[in-house]
Design a binder for this molecule. Sequence first.
Ligand code: NDP
Length: 350
Amino acid sequence: SRRVIFKDYVEGYPTEEHMELLPAAAVDEAAAAEDGSVLVKNLCLSCDPYMRPKMARPQEQWYTEAYVPGTTITGFGVAQVVRSSLPGLAAGDLVSGVTGWEDYSVIKPPFAGQLTKIRREEDGVPLSYYTGVLGMPGFTAYVGFHHICSPKAGEKVFVSAASGAVGQLVGQFARLMGCHVVGSAGSDDKVRLLKDKLGFHDAFNYKEEAADLSGALKKRFPDGIDVYFENVGGKMLEAVLANMKVHGRIAVCGLISQYNLAAGQKNAEELNARNLVYLVSKRIRMQGFVEPDHKHLYPEYRAWVLPHIKDGKVVYVEDVVEGLEAAPGALIGLFHGRNVGKQVVKLANP
Ligand code: NDP
């Protein structure tokens, strides 16, 4: 049995040095599943951008607790119950929720109580989808687009990091609603994926058009953008602000271009401070959100999205690597755009 620990706080980009694969002590099964705890075998782990801010020193601001050096990394995953002291969960059940980056985890309260039992026969989707389209990123896309952006049919929508776990769904949800949707991504292959497989009306490679992002947007949105689903921040946000329509809306889901900047750099570049005057002149509503605040909407999302998955109107692109040893590299890859679609680490079959 093995585990991946968080070694030390990160400044700048995370590297393999910040994590370490170690042997894990054998689990005493009987002792492990006591007092509301559940012992699980991990099957599938999720790599998510929010894990980077959790690697910073705790005084830096983030909405969840920082990782503690020397402890096992935690994150979303899919697992199979080995032993449970929780009513409603029994050995053999498949669950999704917060687990550890290790072969076996003892999930204690309150996380044990937050595990969701997977209804696999009923859903008929791959298990990894519970870390993606049926998990946190999918729900984020739904809440952010349908509830924060207040979209209307026919509106012009722009999504950044559009081929990722969240962005690929925002684009598809926008198209299903009858919006015109354009995405940006960091490679020509991703741009093709957006147009050919994910149903975006148009897409561009923001790295190729870096010299004039505002011009790249103007070309695709000659009359302006009604809705921007913000995943990256920085120069993209600056360019978007200049291209928004009056009364446009921006849902700030994340600012991945900022997560690896050192504190000094953030101040020096002041990337997000430019062009904010457009918020006033164009009466733009710009709103940050985090998905845990909207948990009560999850059943609504699930009921809405499952039929769309079943009839092929919503597809989901995943990037799957195998084995716990591949997990640190996969997480690091998110910040260099190496993932094509939702980044998943497969550990075992049920
Ligand atoms: P992705 O699957 O999109 O992976 C991250 C992608 O971001 C990379 O593949 C890369 O794609 C892009 N990227 C990385 N660095 C930069 C950069 N410097 N500039 C521009 N793009 C960059 O991740 P998710 O879909 O899981 O997350 C997308 C965003 O949503 C993140 O900001 C995340 O923090 C946020 N989020 C927020 C939640 C909330 O509750 N508010 C919940 C979940 C996610 P490319 O090749 O296009 O550069």
